[in-house]
Write a protein that binds this ligand. Structure first.
Ligand code: AMP
Ligand code: MG
Length: 464
């Protein structure tokens, strides 16, 4: 049914712990992802039937699966934690798609593992719906991201502040190797493991890279692209700890993430990010910080130490230029202009938007559609707009760069509340609307609307 391989399970035993997923007592399907199933060569009909549901629910292992929990460490808000690991996720194995591409399939919320520490290893319905929506939107918008193959209710309760319905999300990733995975072995001075990991990263993500330095460079370039794309969508990851940065460059771990409504460069949503470490406009700096941790892990593999340190440092210092170029290209597309014409104009626009806390998504889609942005009263804005129009912006390009809809925070909260009340209809409708974010359709119009003042979400929670 599914072609499984397990290259990670063939690595040295100390790099993971073999773990069976917990069996959900009474699973019920939330949704499956037909498009992703097709990409992976999985029959969507099977996936949404009892066989697929039982697989996501941990009740039936697919043939060839060799489930495990990965070991990793991580800097959480700057503090090093030498052991984290998959505490509520089990990697079933790697699916080899019909075209030969390899993808991890992981069950998130599949029970305790040796890495669970005090946690229960479970996930509640709310965070599962949030991750499903946001990851599939990100994919549809073209951002490298882990994806969601499907999700089920477990039929069991999860204790949080109150008892909540439990759920499992089947996450698909190019790999789940994180900066924190390297840190786990670096702090243990386990060079053999670091070499094995690096070879996985090279083979799976950057096959044209040769030396460790080339892999480092490629990982830095991938991260710069991804974060520039976040910035162009008003996305705030919220918890950019090194254990939540995948070396593939895919966005991973949709916890307290949020999209900005009103534009405020220093915006923070996460209830636990008191210092604003992971604010919108700090994300590129944090990426550098995280990549510096990754680079440090590779130094022992990079030859003579002083030279290695110099080369690794130079590579990390290459991030800002790569990021700025990627960001400039993204915002140029958002304005429908060539890069050289867009540069200053984008920043002026963002300043004006910040002054009015203009809705990030709606402002760009109004410009795309040649409509009122709500900023027209501002003389400086009118002048900016006249000058921009005079450049002859390409609206077809803009329409591919400026989504009509994002998974807005108030909408996500609405569908989660409905889901807990037993109605997954609103979730499915929103999933459809954000999975085709550039496509205009009357039935989806309402999802484009910014929140009313009483609907504005100001705080998000890990909620796991
Ligand atoms: P996160 O903040 O989601 O990136 O998770 C950080 C660490 O906490 C990871 O090692 C997770 O596996 C672990 N963790 C988070 N929630 C739970 C849970 N409910 N049970 C066990 N471990 C958890
Ligand atoms: Mg995490």
């Amino acid at each position: 049914m599914i072609r499984f391989d397990n290259s990670y399970a063939k690595l040295p035993e100390r790099m993971f712990a073999r773990t069976l997923p917990a069996r959900a007592p009474a699973p019920r399907l939330i949704a499956v992802n037909d498009g992703l199933a097709a990409r992976l060569g999985i029959d969507a009909g099977w996936l949404e039937g009892p066989g697929g549901v039982d697989m996501i629910a941990g009740r039936a292992l697919p043939e060839g699966a060799d489930p495990l929990a990965m070991a990793y460490a991580g800097h959480q808000f700057g503090n090093f934690v030498p052991q984290l690991g998959d505490g509520r996720a089990v990697l079933l194995g790697e699916i080899v798609a019909p075209d030969g591409a390899r993808f991890d399939l992981q069950l998130k919320g599949a029970g305790r593992t040796v890495f669970s520490r005090g946690g229960d290893g479970l996930a509640a319905l709310g965070p599962v719906l949030r991750e499903f929506l946001v990851s599939e939107f990100m994919h549809a918008a073209g951002v490298p991201t882990t994806r969601t193959l499907g999700a089920v209710l477990t039929g069991a309760e999860v204790m949080r502040e109150a008892p909540l319905q439990g759920a499992v999300l089947a996450r698909v990733a190019a790999s789940h190797i994180r900066v924190g995975t390297f840190e786990y072995f670096a702090v243990r001075r386990d060079l053999e493991a670091i070499e094995a990991l690096l070879e996985q990263v090279r083979a799976r993500h950057f096959p044209s890279a040769g030396s460790p330095l080339e892999v480092l460079d490629a990982a830095i370039a991938a991260q710069a692209e991804t974060i520039a794309h976040w910035m162009a969508l008003g996305f705030i990851h919220g918890v950019m700890n090194t254990d939540n940065m995948a070396l593939s460059g895919e966005t991973i771990d949709y916890g307290p993430c949020a999209f900005m409504d009103g534009f405020a460069p220093g915006k923070v949503f996460s209830s636990i990010d008191h210092a604003g470490r992971y604010a919108y406009d700090r994300q590129p700096q944090i990426a550098v910080w995280n990549l510096a941790q990754f680079a440090s892990c590779l130094i022992p593999l990079m030859g003579e130490e002083n030279q290695a340190i110099r080369a690794a440092t130079d590579a990390v210092h290459g991030f800002p230029a790569r990021f700025e170029a990627a960001r400039a290209a993204r915002f140029a597309r958002k304005l429908g202009l060539p890069c050289d014409q867009a540069a200053g104009r984008a920043d002026t626009l963002l300043d004006l938007m910040a002054r009015h806390e203009a809705d990030f998504t709606a402002t760009f889609s109004a410009l795309t559609a040649d409509e009122d942005t709500g900023l027209e009263e501002d003389d400086a804005f009118r002048e900016w707009r006249r000058d921009w129009e005079a450049q002859g912006p390409d609206r077809a390009v803009m329409a591919q760069a400026n989504p009509l809809r994002i998974p807005r925070n108030h909408r996500i909260e609405e569908v989660i509340a409905a889901g807990y009340a037993g109605d997954l209809g609103p979730f499915r409708a929103l999933l459809g609307a954000v999975s085709a974010p550039f496509e205009a359709r009357a039935e989806w119009d309402e999802y484009a609307d910014p929140p009313l003042p009483r609907q504005i979400v100001r705080r998000t929670f890990c909620g796991t």
